[in-house]
Design a protein around this ligand. Structure first.
Ligand code: SAM
Length: 207
């Protein structure tokens, strides 16, 4: 009986996989199969995250405690919004904490559309490098942050592709932050050159 039900389930799975692969190019089929096997993809569906990248931020934040209730977060390149989901919960920007914790702010910016999320302000179709975007960002940030976006002693977490120019970025960050470290979370695919710089303790700019 057990063998039968497993067999029946396997047939069902194979049919649904075949349906997902139908009409796709070889590269697309490889991508679909990788997604289907990936435990972080499964977990992101189960926990209602918009994509698996949420687990990278959860892992980094569990270790380094960057996000605290009441903090402000600017998520640059935020679509589809998985990091913003994590940030909203951890800085309590939707005000859902039952312990009277301070309420933070989350602002996400992307060239693409970012579907709405309670507790976050999204600037969809905005380029983070444009001055017009900076002006809108300043309007949305709480008063104390409005002057310079990142407060002295603030943190920056940024993705980079490990390569010949990474040390230049590290040096640049080191000139304005007291501490800079390179991180490869477990949730980041081993075969990807993706890594993160965690820069902490932003130095007060000399005027
Ligand atoms: C890897 S995705 C981010 C995923 C996101 N952290 C999450 O967890 O859902 C990178 C995003 O950066 C955005 N992006 C790249 N250059 C940008 C720019 N100059 N301004 C705004 N967004 C940009 C892309 O459109 C893309 O959606």
């Amino acid at each position: 009986m057990w063998g039968f039900s497993v067999w029946r389930r396997c047939i069902h799975c194979s049919l649904s996989v075949m349906k997902k692969l139908k009409g796709k190019t070889a590269a697309e089929q490889r991508w679909v199969l990788r997604q289907l096997k990936d435990p972080y993809v499964k977990a992101s569906h189960a926990q209602n995250f918009r994509c698996r990248s949420a687990f990278k931020l959860l892992e980094i934040d569990d270790k380094f405690r960057l996000l605290q209730p009441g903090y402000s977060v600017v998520d640059c390149g935020a679509a589809p919004g998985a990091w913003s989901q994590v940030a909203v919960e951890r800085v309590n920007s939707a005000g859902t904490s039952r312990h009277g914790l301070p309420r933070g702010t989350v602002i996400g910016i992307d060239l693409l559309n970012i579907p709405p999320l309670d507790g976050a302000h999204f600037l969809s179709s905005h380029d983070v490098t444009h001055t017009a975007t900076h002006a809108k960002l300043l309007e949305l940030l709480p008063q104390d942050l409005a002057e310079m976006i990142l407060l002295p002693r603030g943190s920056l977490l940024c993705k980079y592709w490990d390569g010949v120019l990474s040390h230049q970025l590290q040096e640049k960050l080191s000139s304005v932050f007291h501490s800079v470290r390179s991180i490869k979370p477990d949730a980041s695919r081993k075969d990807s050159a993706e890594r993160y710089f965690l820069a902490r303790m932003y130095k007060k700019p000399v005027k």
